[in-house]
Design a protein around this ligand. Structure first.
Ligand code: PLP
Length: 473
């Protein structure tokens, strides 16, 4: 007998209290924060869906590992346990620990790229793109067309457009392309998985052109679970074997262990290229630390070694992906337009479609964030014109983004089903009142990365019909 309820596959040993607040209190707190949830204190948030990065809960085994951590400067046991886990799962014999993913990216691109180079990816994450551009190279996104349409359904919407990759190589020549990257799952594209077939096809193109393939591995376990569930031929394969096959097609990877490493801080850069690893280790020493700790404490390496194995447990992944899908299914039933199908780590609401009365220049995503917080103390993040847009300094006109999304990211092993049910109830209430949600204008901002600090106020209506139309009501 199998039961349909998928339970959280853990018991809770330590608890963190959630401080309850009233709507009136939240109204004051949100006003004080300039309607920007980044400026709220975490204590004033009931359910924090700002990010899944570094916000997960560690297991009893990981906490035991923290105690076992070897803090020797060089050659610590914890490093060897970490390196053995990386070699066993990912198959790379050089593993350079870094404090988080972006440090691995900086070292990789400073070593492999030069000005004028081009680095393709299914979709670059923002720190990946920034680190490529920092060394003077161009970051090019080559998602399949379905990946750009929120409502289009496809089992592997994170795939790379292989023909577009071929054309890119033909156009620039392989000398200009020091590496190709694949991000699994595709975070910026909605947490969508990449199929093994696509990874193999990309590998084949890279092989012909003699270009190394690197994986941005942040959510590798979630991607492997989707392959297990959706790709013919993998239903009976062990998750760890799917991971081993996936990385066998790659020459190296970057990893933010704050995601599928199940730790609060840490990352690594891995490769099988001996000469490259030497150069990378030299840079690591310069800014991160000696190669057997790389800016982390021994205990962090210990927790990472354990987390990388725990994340591959089928019961964990089944619960993880089912709880994201459950959240997505209920929001869809309410009427929310979301990126379909739900990805691994988050639900993305299409705020432009939900709030058609708010034009992009009045930030529908940011307006929705405020309403989620006021109604139920839920914190989420805008991925739209606040994050990617710009205000023209002379005209005051807004450049807007191509999509107005709100991301509800789900921390790992932190919230239970009743927390998710609460979020669904809050969002059902917000949905009923959606046509009365007002747009926002920016009161102050500090570009670049203005979304972290900008302050907002509701768009003011003067009462005349033209200004109402102007403000999109
Ligand atoms: C989080 C993330 C990174 C960067 O990792 P940090 O640990 O935040 O520096 C890179 N790529 C992807 C896909 C990510 O999700």
């Amino acid at each position: 007998m199998t039961f349909k309820t998928i339970i959280e596959p853990f018991r809770i040993k330590a608890v963190e209290p959630i401080r309850m607040t009233t709507r009136e209190q939240r109204q004051r707190l949100l006003d004080d924060a300039g309607r920007n949830p980044f400026l709220l204190r975490a204590d004033d948030v009931l359910i924090d869906l700002l990010t899944d990065s570094g916000t997960g809960a560690m297991s009893a085994e990981q906490w035991a590992g923290i105690m076992r951590g070897d803090e020797s400067y060089a050659g610590a046991n914890s490093y060897y346990r970490f390196a053995a886990a990386v070699e066993d799962i990912f198959g790379f014999h050089h593993a350079l620990p870094t404090h988080q993913g972006r440090a691995a990216e900086r070292i990789l691109f400073s070593t492999m790229c030069k000005p004028g180079d081009v680095v393709p990816n299914n979709t670059h994450f923002d720190t990946t793109r920034a680190n490529i551009e920092y060394v003077g190279a161009a970051a090019v996104d080559l998602p399949i067309p379905e990946g750009l349409s929120p409502s289009a359904s496809h089992p592997f919407k994170g795939n790379m457009d292989v023909d577009a990759l071929r054309r890119l190589i033909a156009r620039h020549g392989r000398e200009k392309i020091p590496l190709v990257m694949l991000t699994v799952t595709n975070n910026s594209g909605g947490g969508q998985p990449v199929s093994m077939a696509n990874i193999k096809a990309v590998r084949a193109v890279c092989g012909e052109a003699h270009i190394p393939l690197y994986i941005d591995a942040c959510r590798f376990a979630e991607n492997c679970w989707f392959i297990h569930e959706r790709e013919p031929g993998y239903a009976d394969a062990a998750i760890i074997d799917i991971a081993r096959e996936l990385f066998s097609y790659a020459d190296g990877c970057t990893m933010s262990a704050k995601k599928d490493g199940l730790v609060n801080i840490g990352g690594f850069l891995a490769t099988n290229d001996d000469a490259l690893a030497k150069q990378e280790a030299a840079l690591l020493i310069l800014t991160e630390g000696f190669p057997t700790y790389g800016g982390l404490a021994g205990r962090d390496l210990e927790a990472m070694a354990i987390g990388l194995r725990e994340v591959l447990e089928p019961d964990y992944l089944r619960y993880r992906i089912a709880s994201t899908a459950y959240f997505g299914r209920h929001l869809t039933d309410i009427g929310y337009p979301i990126v379909q199908p739900p990805g691994g780590h988050a639900i993305y609401v299409d705020a432009a479609a939900l709030l058609p009365h708010i034009p992009a220049r009045s930030f529908p995503g940011q307006a929705l964030l405020g309403e989620l917080y006021l109604t139920g103390g839920i914190r989420a993040v805008e991925i739209g014109s606040v994050m990617f847009g710009k205000t023209d300094e002379t005209s005051g006109e807004e450049t807007t983004a191509s999509m107005e999304l709100v991301r509800l990211a789900i921390p790992r092993r932190v919230y239970t089903q009743s927390h998710v049910d609460y979020c669904i109830e809050v969002m059902a209430d917000v949905y009923k009142r959606r046509s009365s949600i007002a747009g926002l204008r920016i009161v102050s901002q500090a570009p670049p990365l203005r979304h972290f600090t900008a302050r907002f106020a509701p768009v003011e209506y003067t009462g005349s019909l033209t200004s109402l139309r102007e403000s999109g009501s």
